[in-house]
Design a protein around this ligand. Structure first.
Ligand code: IVH
Length: 667
């Protein structure tokens, strides 16, 4: 078996070398097929001889078994963030402060990669643990996902122990490919590469993370004493030597004017990079000077992040298109000459409402300035008046619905125009899309495009028709193979057994959200009982006001709606509440009948999970802090709710306190 062991060693070395050449040096020496061939050879050996499988085998790059959660791990030293500079003045002040403190200085300028901070631990030359930043003190163990990133070495040539930090990111190309695939499957695309990278690293199944093609740039070492370096620049060079990927656009400079020149250069060239950057980081280069400057509570005094302003570009407003939402609200959308902003091509932007169009005096044919708010959602900022064509006319919303021609109304106190025709086609289609959406009936595979086709072909006119669909109905639709039809019919069948609150929410009753649907379904348990409910009954429920109560009662009284429910019943669509009855729960005395508010960012669970758990303990989770609130659970960056709690003297727990209590209760 010595032969096999040496073959395994060779395969490790070759595969690691090829990954390094391809992903770190960007200079592959063999075709992809060669890598794949060797990888499969190694996978075969490990399958037949599991004793040759190791934690740092290149086969871990394809991902392993799925985890149920990510473990929380405390950072050895906190992962801090950087102070921000937004303009030249901020930078000059930073420079002055440094020079006042320590005299002459050399800076290291680096690109600020727009991804997620990660910390990588190596022990005896092997990658053993990778953490997210988390709240800076405690991160999540995402080692298995990080191992799928080829640019992260699984082992290095020297048996050293240290921690390095950097930014994991999704290259633009991976991002576009991923979103293209998502669009094909009718899935919601990611807004930007950073969100896509974050989503990928949060996958509990590392096989999925492996498909996302992430990369990394390392930008700091945790403890200089482990390195042969007296400066940031030497530390990065040493990381290069060890086989890590660092960003090569870094530059040492001696003056703030050179810093500004570096910023100017990359402001111009950032679009040509194959990854997103959101600024420039400026660091004092010498370790000794860094130590002399030290840290504030949150960030080092020896570094600052210059943030690029949201990019603004000028393009032409070709037209204003109107879209009609589920509730009849008519929203004007700007149709733009396609233009690239902050990495993606923009051709549409919401104009919100007519008032706003007039306020900004935006006219069709204008050259308009657009930017991405938070670099995500495109927004029209203003028209360029001196470029206005002579014949450009002020825009007026139509008086009638562009879909059904019913007169539009402006409801008092609202800026929006609405089509109030309950039979308006556009609204009906939006209503159908809502009915099948995740939080409602959650029918997988029934995306917007299919719904539109089904509606246009008159196969579905109301939500009940969905349950009457047959194989023959679906066959003529675009891109509908046998397998897809089968899956779709199965998903529809499955939805028949959904609990009442999903159906209630799906019906799209005005003002009725997910939470109120849940409370009402739980309280009345069946649709038939709900038919007899009065407005007075409903308002006795905590959190349900008159407007909502009235809307529910009026809706359920409607003869057409009664007929619709009957039509659903014929197809055995479930009309009862299947969830837990909170009132019958024994609960836990610590929480039972207590009114609790969750606020701020939680790290160990989502707010929704926390809320569900509390409900199971018999607590009432509400949105706003009042005098009768018993407890506030405040995560990171909690804002006004926490302030209010402090004012009322309400008991406040941190996430840690809460988790501790959960552990005590669950044993
Ligand atoms: S140095 C003490 N260098 O920007 C923090 N950060 O708040 C030291 N980032 O989330 C960070 N590129 O993940 C540094 N070249 C770079 C960076 C960089 C991106 C991120 C970092 C952190 C944020 C700064």
């Amino acid at each position: 078996m010595a032969d096999l062991q040496s073959r395994v060693n060779d395969l490790h070395d070759l595969l690691n070398q090829y990954s390094y050449e391809y992903y770190v040096q960007d200079n592959p020496s063999v075709p992809d097929s060669e890598y794949d061939k060797l990888l499969h050879e190694l996978i075969d050996i490990e399958t037949t001889h599991p004793e040759y499988r190791t934690e740092d085998s290149p086969t871990v790059r394809v991902g392993g078994s799925a985890q149920s959660t990510f473990e929380k791990v405390q950072h050895d030293t906190p992962m801090l963030s950087l102070g921000n500079a937004f303009n030249e003045e901020d930078l000059r002040k930073f420079d002055q402060r440094i020079r006042d403190n320590i005299g002459d200085v050399e800076y290291m300028c680096e690109l600020k990669i727009d991804g997620l901070a990660v910390s990588l631990k190596y022990e005896n030359g092997r990658f053993v643990q990778g953490l997210t930043r988390g709240d800076g003190t405690t991160g999540e163990d995402i080692t298995e996902n990080l191992k799928t990133i080829h640019a992260i070495p699984l082992k290095i040539n020297e048996p050293r122990t240290f921690e390095v930090r950097g930014e994991a990111y999704m290259p633009r190309k991976s991002f576009f490919n991923l979103n293209e695939a998502k669009a094909e499957n009718d899935e919601q695309p990611f807004a930007n590469p950073r969100n896509a990278a974050a989503g990928s690293l949060r996958q509990l199944d590392s096989k999925l993370a492996a498909k996302r093609k992430l990369s990394v740039f390392l930008y700091s070492v945790n403890d200089f004493t482990q390195f042969n370096a007296d400066t940031q620049s030497e530390a990065l060079d040493e990381l290069d030597q060890l086989g890590f990927k660092t960003n090569q656009a870094r530059q040492r400079v001696q003056t703030i004017d050179e810093v500004l020149a570096y910023i100017e250069k990359w402001t111009e060239q950032r679009e040509d990079l194959p990854y997103d950057i959101d600024g420039i980081v400026i660091k004092v280069n010498a370790l000794e000077q860094q130590e002399a400057l030290g840290f504030t509570q949150k960030s080092p005094r020896w570094a600052i992040a210059y943030k690029f302003p949201a990019e603004e570009v000028i393009t032409e407003l070709l037209d204003i298109e109107l879209s009609i939402g589920r509730t009849g609200v008519v929203t004007p959308t700007a149709i733009l000459e396609p233009v690239k902003v902050a990495g993606t091509t923009v051709s549409r932007a919401s104009l919100h409402n007519e008032d706003l169009i007039h306020e900004k005096d935006i006219r069709i044919g204008d050259s308009v300035v657009i930017k991405k708010a938070g670099d995500i959602i495109p927004e029209v900022i203003k028209s360029v008046l001196d470029r206005r064509p002579e014949n450009a006319e002020q825009y007026h919303m139509p008086t009638h619905c562009p879909s059904c021609d019913h007169e539009l109304v402006r409801i008092e106190g609202e800026v929006a125009l609405r089509c109030i025709n309950p039979k308006c086609q556009a609204q009906l289609v939006e209503g159908l899309i809502h009915f099948v959406s995740r939080q409602a009936m959650n029918i997988d595979g029934l995306g917007t495009k299919i719904i539109q086709q089904l509606y246009e072909n008159e196969l579905i006119k109301d939500v009940a028709d969905i349950f009457y669909l047959t194989k023959e109905d679906l066959e003529p639709l675009d891109r509908m193979g046998e397998k897809k039809i089968d899956n779709l019919l199965k998903a529809i069948e499955l939805a028949k057994s959904n609990s009442l609150e999903q159906l209630l929410f799906g019906l799209g009753i005005r003002h009725l959200g997910v939470k109120a649907s849940q409370v009402i379904a739980e309280k009345y348990s069946t649709m038939d009982k709900l038919f007899d409910v009065t407005e007075e009954d409903l308002v006795t429920i905590h959190d349900i006001g008159h407007k909502l109560a009235q809307s529910v009662v009026t809706y359920l009284e409607n003869e057409d709606i009664r007929a619709l429910i009957e039509k659903l019943k014929v197809k055995n669509v479930n009309m009862t509440y299947k969830g837990v009855k909170t009132s019958e729960l024994e609960g836990h005395p610590e929480f039972k009948d207590k009114t609790i508010v969750l606020t701020g960012k939680l790290y160990q669970m989502t707010r929704n999970e926390a809320s569900k758990w509390l409900a199971l303990q018999g607590a009432k989770v509400t949105n706003s802090v009042t005098k009768s609130t018993d407890l506030v659970i405040a995560g990171e960056d909690a804002g006004s709710k926490l302030t209010k709690a402090e004012k009322f003297g309400t008991v406040v727990w941190s996430e840690e306190d809460f988790v501790q209590k959960q552990k005590e209760i669950e044993g």
